[in-house]
Every structure is written in C-alpha cells, then in structure tokens.
Write a protein of this length. Structure first.
Lengths: 251, 239
C-alpha cells in the first residue's frame, strides 16, 4: 500500500534529520532517495521566484556539477521537468533518444561519470517549488519499486519546501524546513477536493497556490482534522478561511 | 443495437482531437462524455495507475460528488482495482444483489444512484496503465457489442494518453502518466479558483476553462496554469 510505504520513507527522513539534530528538510529527503533508489548521488534545486532556480542540496561533487551544468545550460532532464508537467527519466545517456533530447548535456554528463539521470519535479499541479535529480554511473531504468519510492519522496520534499517557504525564508534557524511537525500528507492518496480547495483559497485569502496549500494544511493540523475532510468542507462551501487568522468558519 | 452513425462520429471526433500538442485531460474528458452517450451508461471515468501505487481519477463525465467519490473509493476495493490486478474487464452487473464482493463500494454506488459498473483495462503490452469505468443506473451486464466498443474506447484512451511519442521504453509511459496526473491537478486548482471567483460550481468552472482554451486555441492545461499562476483572479487570464 502506498500509505505504509510513505510512512516508512518518512521515518527514514526523520531519522536522518534527527542524527544531525535538526528538523527534516528536502536535503534529508534527497539523501534518503539516493539510498532508496540505489543510485550514486542526487541534488535538489529550489525555485527562487522570478529568478533562476538555485542549488539547495547536493550529495557529492558529480551531483553538484550535474545540477549546476543543467541550470547554466538550460538543457537536460531537470530542465525538462521545469518546463513540462511530468518527470524526465534518462536511463541511458548514451542511447539515441537521450542524444536527441539532450545533445549537449548527455555526452558531457557521461564524461563526468553519469550514465543515467532521473529528474523529479517538486510540484503539486501548478505549485512548483523545485526539482530533485538523481544520477547513477550505470545505465538502466529505475525499477518500479524504486520509481515509486522516488515519487513518494519527491512529494515529501515538495510539502517540506512549500511549508518552509510559507513561513518565510528569513525565519531560517528558527526550525525552518520542517514547517509543521508530523508527517507530510501523502499526495499519492490525494483527493481532487484538495486541489479544488487550494484554488478556492487563492481567492479567499488572496495568496499564491503554494501559500493556499500551506494554509489549508495548517488549518487541518490546528483543528486535528484530515486534510481531505477540511478540503471537502471548503469545496462544499461549508467552511471559509479568513485572510488574517488561519482558522475561521461558520462553526 | 448501437447507433452506427454515432459510433463512427465518436471515433472520428476522437481521432480529430489527437492532433499535435493536444491536451490529454481535455481528450480523456471528451472520451468519458462520449462513452456515456455510446454505451447508454450514466457516468464514465478514466482512472490511472499512479506509479506511487494508487489509483487516480484523470477524467470523469460528471462532477457530482458521489460520482467522483466512487472512483476514489476504488483505491480500497471495487471492480476497478480488480481490473488492474487481473488486466481483464470486470463487471458488477447488479450492485443491489445481496452477496457483494465489494460491500463498501456497492453502498457508495447505490448512494450515487448506480446499479451496475464495468471496468475495462487500458493495456500497454502486458501492463495495465488505467481503466475505463462505466456506471449504469440499471442492472444487467453489457452485451458482447457494448463490451467490444467499450474496450475500443479504453484502447483509444491508452493511445491518447501516450500521445504522439512512440513508447519504446516503459519509462516514457511513466513520464506521460505523471504528466497527465499533474495536468489534472493543475486543472482542478484552476477550477477551484474560478468557482470561488465567480460563485459557480466545479462543472461550470471546467466548462468555462475548456471553452476558453478551445476558443483561443490553447491547451487546457496551459490556460489552467496561467490562471492559477496569475496574481489576479481575473478570467480569462493574461497570456
């Protein structure tokens, strides 16, 4: 079941963060993904508003080079997921399709020791907070179980980054990164009402979709209710959130 | 006997839609509406197998809460889940009969006013990537002709989903599947924003987004993304 796997992976992320004495961050998620996917390294780039994305976390020098090169070049699997809706799986950078897709990036990456690069968008629909990249020194697709883990971890990193962002980057050092305590929502079991409620809250609260999602989750957390249940109340117009306080409604 | 003219018109329309750069969610939504007409069912939906291990609704002919819930509930039990497991069509011809294999699902279906359901697999080689779910208000199994047409619609849905790219590797299917699921989320967010802005329901909001996309020759997903990203709630969004 996706829910139990989601919980197992979250446990690994929290354990890693605890060893370093700080709240879980997208960097911890990336490190867990490298282990879970049995690859050599990984990185996380974060969308910095209107400016270019910046590198938030790398596991090793090859990853750093792969991330920076794609940001500079504007080509590669990570660049693809920035401009499309999906993920981008370059399982063999020496094959013909990869050569066509990434004529500059693919051979350069191979020369640096990366035969496969996998890019996961850190997104919830139109909310785009960054990209998680992974590389391996051998060719071959991610087996289904590893692909599943990477997608679940990408969701976790997304929620962590949204909540870190919604609390203000200037609060760094004040427990930023984790945002709310507890496990991020399992987006695999996402209900359409959550997306609809997010859209509705952008108007009710006059905020971005990322902020609206964070507020929705904060409200559910403060009321000790399931995210999907709160979302349904908003979609059926039994509940409205107010711009100032995160909690209000007709009852 | 099925209406032969309608059958031809449906497949011609579906083929026409699959031009370069078409919107897969728009396409799947059209396919569910046409399935309802052709097969005389009350509701239809395309459910996709998210590689995360969950079933996700990509498109539904109706926005009624009970209908959407029916597709979602099948993460736990129901003909759709069974269809994914077996890669074969699965039918529950009478959800009112006392011996139910899926009691929770049958109850939700009855609440939504349905008595029968068919799940037809969307197959890619040996893998099932999704299913076409058809709900009827009356009891009774499909005849062989309905089953054949239903399966053809499910196959067209598969082709549409995988779009113009030839699927050489399973990876590409995973990429397309994720893109479709993300598109769907973007469109739901846009529906919410528009529904709130204009005080209308989700069905109306979807219709407005789709009509504007068609009228302005843009992909539905692009219209939805621009609208959600826009700092104002004005519709149509600035391009």
């Amino acid at each position: 079941m996706p829910d139990s796997r989601h919980t197992v992976l979250w446990g690994l992320v929290v354990a890693r963060a605890a060893r370093h004495g700080r709240p879980a961050s997208a960097g911890d998620v990336c490190e867990v993904a490298v282990t879970a996917a049995r690859v050599n390294g990984g990185w996380v780039t974060v969308a910095g508003g209107p400016g270019p994305d910046f590198l938030m976390h790398v596991t090793d020098p090859v990853s750093e080079w792969l991330a920076e090169f794609q940001l500079t070049l504007g080509e590669g699997p990570c660049h693809d997921v920035q401009i499309s809706e999906g993920l981008s799986l370059g399982s063999d950078l020496e094959d013909a399709p990869s050569g066509r897709r990434w004529p500059v990036f693919a051979p350069a990456a191979v020369q640096r020791g990366a035969r496969a690069v996998f890019a996961f968008p850190l997104t919830i629909g139109s909310i785009r907070v960054g990209v998680m990249g992974l590389y391996r020194d051998s060719a071959g697709p991610l087996p289904p179980a590893q692909l599943r883990d990477c997608l679940l971890l990408a969701d976790t990193a997304t929620v962590l980054l949204i909540e870190a962002g919604s609390h203000g980057v200037e609060q760094a050092g004040d427990g930023n990164g984790a945002g709310l305590p507890g496990q991020p929502a399992n987006l695999a079991l996402h209900r359409v009402e959550i997306d609809q409620a997010t859209g509705m809250l952008t108007v009710q609260l006059g905020v971005t979709a990322a902020e609206a999602f964070a507020r929705l989750r904060a409200y559910a957390y403060s009321q000790d209710r399931r995210l999907a249940d709160v979302a349904r109340d908003i979609v059926t117009r039994r509940l409205r959130l107010q711009p100032d306080s995160s909690a209000d409604g007709d009852h | 006997m099925m209406d032969a003219d309608l059958l031809v018109a449906t497949f011609v329309d579906l083929a026409d839609t699959m031009v370069a750069d078409f919107d897969v969610i728009d396409f799947l939504h059209m396919l569910t509406s046409r399935s309802v007409e052709l097969l005389s069912v009350s509701a239809a939906g395309v459910v996709l197998a998210d590689p995360r291990g969950a079933l996700r609704v990509a498109a539904a002919s109706s926005e009624a809460a009970g209908v959407v819930e029916l597709f979602q509930i099948q993460n736990d039990q129901g003909p759709c889940l069974e269809c994914f497991r077996t890669a074969r069509p699965v039918a529950a011809a009478d959800l009112n009969s006392p011996d139910q294999r899926w009691p929770r699902f049958a109850e939700a279906a009855a609440r939504a006013g349905f008595r029968s359901v068919h799940a037809l697999p969307m197959r890619l080689r040996h893998e099932v990537i999704g299913a076409l779910n058809l709900f009827g208000s009356g009891a009774g199994p499909f005849g062989p002709e309905d089953l054949r047409v239903g399966q053809a619609l499910a196959d067209v849905a598969t082709i549409g989903l995988l779009q113009e790219r030839s699927v050489r590797r399973n990876e590409t299917a995973a990429e397309q599947l994720q893109a479709a699921l993300t598109s769907r989320v973007i469109i739901e967010q846009a529906k919410g924003k528009l529904a709130e802005r204009l005080g209308i329901d989700m069905e109306r909001a979807f219709g407005m987004l789709r009509d504007y996309a068609r009228g302005s020759n843009q992909r539905l997903t692009d219209v939805a993304r621009n609208f959600v990203d826009s700092a104002t709630a004005d519709f149509p969004p600035p391009r």
